[in-house]
Each structure stands twice: as C-alpha cells, then as structure tokens.
Design a protein around this ligand. Structure first.
Ligand code: MG
Length: 251
C-alpha cells in the first residue's frame, strides 16, 4: 500500500516536471531576425518562449551593449570603442546594435517572458567587476529583478553577481565545476554545454537534489532536444525554439 502510494506520488512529481524553452541570443533563425537584435527578442516572445538569452559587454566608455562577439560585424572591438560609435553598428538584419537599456526596456513590455542575461568575460578583472555592478544596477533601476536570470562563464563574474544580487538566479556556464561545487559557491544553477552534460549526465540529478536548476546549451537537433527533455533539464537553450516548443507540446 505504502509502496503503491509512493509510486503514485513519484509519478505525479515526474509528470509535473516542465522543461522550458530559452531562445539562444533571441529567436534569430527566422525571417528578418538577427542574433541579439530587438527583433529576435520580439520573435522569442511571439513564439512563446519562456525566456530569451542575450550577451552583454562593457564599452570603452563604461556603457552596456548587447552583442555576442567581442567585435561588431564591422570589426569594432567593443571593449575599446565608445558606445556612441558602437550603437551605429549594424546587425545582420539591418538593425543597429542595441544598448542594454533599450533591450531591457523592450523586454519589460514582453512580460512574463524572462531575460537570461549573459555577462561576457571582459579583458581585465576590474572590467568584469564593473560589468557585473552596472548590469545589476540597471536591472534594479528598472525594477526588473524578477524578470531576469544571470549566466556567466567567468567564476569571478558569477560570484560577483551572487554577492551583488543575492536573491537572483545565477548559473555558471563553463562546465568545469560539479553541482556540489556550484552550490558551495552560491550559484542557483548550472548551464552547461550539451556535450559536457551528456558526458556527466549524473550531474542533472545531483543538481536537482541540491536544489540547483539545470540549463543546457546550445541544443538544436531534435534527438538532442528529446534527450534533455527526457532527462528533465529545467531549461533548454536553443537556436530552434519553434522546434523545441513543438516537441514540448507533444510531450
Ligand atoms: Mg550567450
């Protein structure tokens, strides 16, 4: 009787597990979009994504801009260029490179979609700290604390985010720490490359037992998406959000 009850309860818990779709650099693999553009943010929302990821850099004059690479499409080194010039740079879809402020303002109107803010590793430890401080301050100024989560490859950036925003969700990207190590450092989750997580698939369960969330990037093929749905990743970060959302509906 007890065993049957436990089985029922555990099946109930399993049935409730939800995997959420995060558009990687926004939804850019559709018509008229581009990575990290305001259009990609809007498209992620229209597709029904739980969240949309973006990448943040600190400019030479201490401003925050959204772009993946260290250089713009026209070759400007973001860390060595002033924001005025950077904000005139064109993205692949003809939009100009967005400031973080413009991106957050656009995101705020798209609630409840979450914004997954990746803070890129800067060229010096001082700039890493300045980046973390300025991003946390801007999110706070806009009252968007509950609409953002943070991710970083740099443990220096990650631990600074944890210190500055102790209530925030902060996940580590670099794949070289165990769930127990992340928990000890104060992270709320891991966000690892799919190859790393497949090789260490026991980390998913270990993370969950420690109360950590599991995100995985960048998963684009149907068979890989299915693997992480089946293995109960909490979030899947993908360049193919429409495919993932379709699979989640059929689950
Ligand atoms: Mg990123």
């Amino acid at each position: 009787m007890m065993a049957a009850l436990l089985l029922t309860v555990s099946q109930g818990i399993q049935a409730q597990h939800v995997t959420r779709a995060v558009a990687h650099r926004g939804y850019w693999t559709c018509e008229g979009s581009a990575q990290n553009s305001l259009t990609s943010l809007q498209k992620a929302y229209e597709a029904g994504c739980w969240g949309s990821e973006l990448d943040i850099w600190l400019t030479a004059d201490g401003q925050l801009v959204v772009n993946h690479d260290a250089h713009t499409l026209d070759g400007l080194d973001i860390e060595k260029t002033d924001s005025k010039q950077l904000l005139e740079s064109k993205l692949k879809n003809g939009e100009t490179l967005p400031s973080l402020e413009a991106y957050l303002d656009a995101g705020k109107s798209l609630t409840p979609m979450m914004l997954v803010l990746e803070l890129k590793t800067q060229s010096t430890p001082e700039r890493n700290i300045e980046l973390a401080r300025k991003v946390v301050d801007m999110v706070k100024d806009k009252g968007m604390e509950d609409q953002v989560e943070y991710i970083a490859f740099s443990n220096q950036v990650g631990t600074e985010l944890i210190r500055l925003a102790p209530e925030a969700q902060v996940a580590y990207l670099n794949g070289d720490k165990t769930p127990a190590e992340l928990k000890e450092l104060g992270y709320t989750g891991l966000d690892y490359a799919h190859k790393v997580l497949k090789k260490n698939s026991h980390w998913i369960d270990e993370a969950h037992k420690l109360g950590l969330t599991v995100n995985v990037w960048t998963v684009n093929k149907a068979e890989d998406l299915q693997y992480f749905i089946d293995h109960k990743a909490d979030y899947i970060t993908t360049n193919e959000p429409a495919l993932l959302l379709d699979m989640l509906k059929k689950k």
